[in-house]
Design a protein around this ligand. Structure first.
Ligand SMILES: C[S@@+](CC[C@H](N)C(=O)[O-])C[C@H]1O[C@@H](n2cnc3c(N)ncnc32)[C@H](O)[C@@H]1O
Length: 240
């Protein structure tokens, strides 16, 4: 992950994407995230599977401080809402300027917002097939509605509750998409047979050693060695 100022997209394409990837089918996914709090991304993207995916050049994540496009001495990005009311609203012109720098022909621009379409595994799968995502994390009272109307391709909510900002939703979306990219998960943590492989599927219960812990026992069927019966049991459990 790179926390950068707004880099010209052309430069990023030529420098950061390995030439091999540009000509092969395994084109890496690039994710640009617009935020007022870039430092929030250090922890979640600096470890484990997302970091490994970046190290393997399977994804290129760029975090941009929206304030880089701010105006005036204080780099203002927000203002009071028309019609009155509490809180501040992120300005459409600032977001437009940022998108002008980042958007490419095939970019999908997504605003994270509680009013959006609820996020699902199916959506994660669809997004994982694209080449370029731009995620906008709102803050304060939200963003000027003209961003919804004119600047973004989709508005996504990660659930029916309100968070302080769009950073955690952007992390959730990024994490769920990156783990689906070919080559990101090893065979030990495959994404093929897991919850939501279809909308009603939830994974069956998993157990490991010890076999008996405080008399909490592993179901006998899993110790039987009868794989046909184990498969049946798992299928039943995944439906219940
Ligand atoms: C405090 S919230 C704004 C809430 C807004 N006034 C409302 O009532 O829907 C600030 C930002 O957090 C993000 N956010 C909050 N809840 C979210 C959710 N459930 N899904 C996606 N983004 C969310 C959005 O980017 C939003 O602009």
């Amino acid at each position: 992950m790179k926390i950068s100022k707004a880099w010209p997209v052309k430069a990023l394409v030529s420098k950061a994407w390995p030439v091999k990837a540009l000509v092969s089918k395994a084109f890496p996914l690039r994710i640009d995230i617009l935020t007022l709090f870039p430092e929030m991304f250090n922890g979640p993207f600096g470890a484990s599977i997302i970091k490994r995916a970046e190290d393997k050049k399977l994804v290129d994540i760029r975090i941009h401080n929206l304030r880089d496009w701010g105006e005036g001495e204080r780099k203002d990005v927000d203002d009071h809402p028309y019609g009155g009311g509490v809180g501040m609203v992120l300005r459409v012109d600032i977001i437009d300027k940022a998108l002008k720098k980042l958007r490419k022909k095939k970019s999908k621009v997504i605003l994270l917002d509680a009013t959006g379409e609820t996020y699902t595994q199916e959506k994660a799968r669809a997004l994982s097939k694209l080449n370029h995502l731009i995620l906008i994390a709102g803050h304060y009272e939200g963003v000027d509605h003209r961003v919804h109307e004119h600047l973004v391709d989709e508005v996504i909510s990660i659930g029916n509750y309100v968070l302080t900002g769009g950073e955690i939703p952007a992390m959730v979306l990024t994490d769920s998409v990156v783990r689906l990219l070919p080559g990101v998960l090893g065979k030990d943590d495959s994404s093929v047979d897991e919850s939501f492989k279809n909308p009603s599927y939830k994974e069956y219960p998993q157990y490991t050693r010890p076999e008996d812990y405080k008399r909490w026992k592993v179901p006998k069927i899993l110790l039987s060695g009868n794989h046909e019966e184990i498969d049946k049991w798992r299928e039943e459990k995944s439906r219940s």
